[in-house]
Write a protein that binds this ligand. Structure first.
Ligand code: SF4
Length: 324
């Protein structure tokens, strides 16, 4: 079993940590609960932090020369308090790899809080981030940021976890300041990065080679920036297949014609969404074990985050990296 750097994740406190919702409730979310077992959790309830009670009457966002956070029952406007708290909280936050925030909340949501035309009995005119979530999106766009609702989608969850654990691993080796650790990081992530973004993977290799003899901190800074670009978008199915075929090439002399043909057939099925990627990875991994390909066996492509996190989520379709 691989060892993983523990990501630091800020989570909305009502997601299983404290009964702090406006109605005094707590939300038991099995996905968040499972992820929390594998990360270092920092919890926050912005509404309680600005002095609101539990329970309290609900807040809402109203459009009034920008989004305002108001409590219609008391006619109070909490916009400035929430903005002030958010800036203080985020600026005092230590190093962090991701956020899991409560969906639909006028404070925590990252995209789907209702925005009303007025304080009371007025229509919803659009959806937006909550006031706390909005600042997180603005400041931490490069990190793994999701809400608990979207994490029920397997593809979104997987991309979130890959990003989260890759960023945490990078942060861990960056803290050593050693170039050899960066070389090893690049090496063990080679095929995962190729699958995610081949051009950026090559750029990372060039940065690590450091032909210009830059200072180590400059190399790390440049690498981090390019890594964030690599992790920004989901992989294409074609890019993943290229990597699978490349890995298959390791065994081309040892495999029989029927084995090769079976694998190519499975690859074709994967291309047409008929089998999951995990089926192909299992075959490749079994060949790496059989033919003792150590370099392949330490590739993160085969386990980019703790495999226990797959147990809750594998609904029979297995691991995927794409959004297609
Ligand atoms: S959604 Fe955010 S503000 Fe609302 S109860 Fe949960 S943690 Fe607190």
């Amino acid at each position: 079993m691989n060892s993983f750097a523990k990501p630091v994740v800020v989570m909305s406190k009502c997601l299983g940590f404290e009964a702090c919702r406006y109605n005094g409730a707590i939300i038991q979310d099995p996905v968040v609960k499972k992820i929390a077992m594998h990360v270092q959790v920092v919890t926050v309830c912005p509404e309680v932090e600005i002095g609101l009670d539990i329970p309290r009457t609900a807040l809402r966002i109203v459009m009034d020369q920008g989004n305002r956070l108001v409590q219609p029952s008391t006619k109070r406007d909490y916009t400035e308090e929430m903005k002030h708290f958010t800036v203080n909280f985020l600026e005092s936050l230590g190093e962090v790899d991701g956020f899991i925030l409560k969906s639909r909340s006028p404070s925590c949501a990252i995209k789907d809080a209702k925005v009303y035309a007025g304080w009371e009995q007025s229509p919803v005119i659009e959806k937006s981030a909550g006031l706390f979530g909005d600042e997180i999106i603005k400041r931490f766009d490069n990190l793994a940021v999701e809400d608990e609702g979207r994490l029920t989608n397997r593809d979104i969850r997987e991309r979130f976890l890959i990003k989260l654990f890759t960023l945490a691993a990078f942060r861990s080796i960056k803290s050593t300041g050693l170039i050899r650790n960066l070389v090893e990081f690049q090496s063990k992530n080679k095929y995962l990065f190729m699958a995610l973004h081949q051009k950026k993977q090559k750029e990372l290799g060039y940065i690590v080679a450091n032909h210009e003899k830059k200072q180590i901190h400059e190399v790390y800074a440049q690498y981090e920036h390019t890594l964030q670009e690599l992790l920004a978008k989901p992989a294409s199915r074609r890019s993943i297949i290229n990597v699978l075929l490349h890995i298959m090439g390791y065994f081309s002399k040892q495999l029989g014609a029927k084995e090769k043909s079976y694998f190519l057939n499975m690859t074709e099925k994967y291309k047409h969404h008929q089998v999951p990627l995990s089926n192909l990875l299992v075959i490749l991994r079994s060949w790496a074990i059989r033919f003792d390909e150590e370099y392949l066996l330490y590739q993160t492509l085969f386990e980019p985050y703790p495999e226990q996190l797959d147990e809750m989520m594998d609904s029979g379709k297995g691991r995927v990296l794409t959004n297609s």
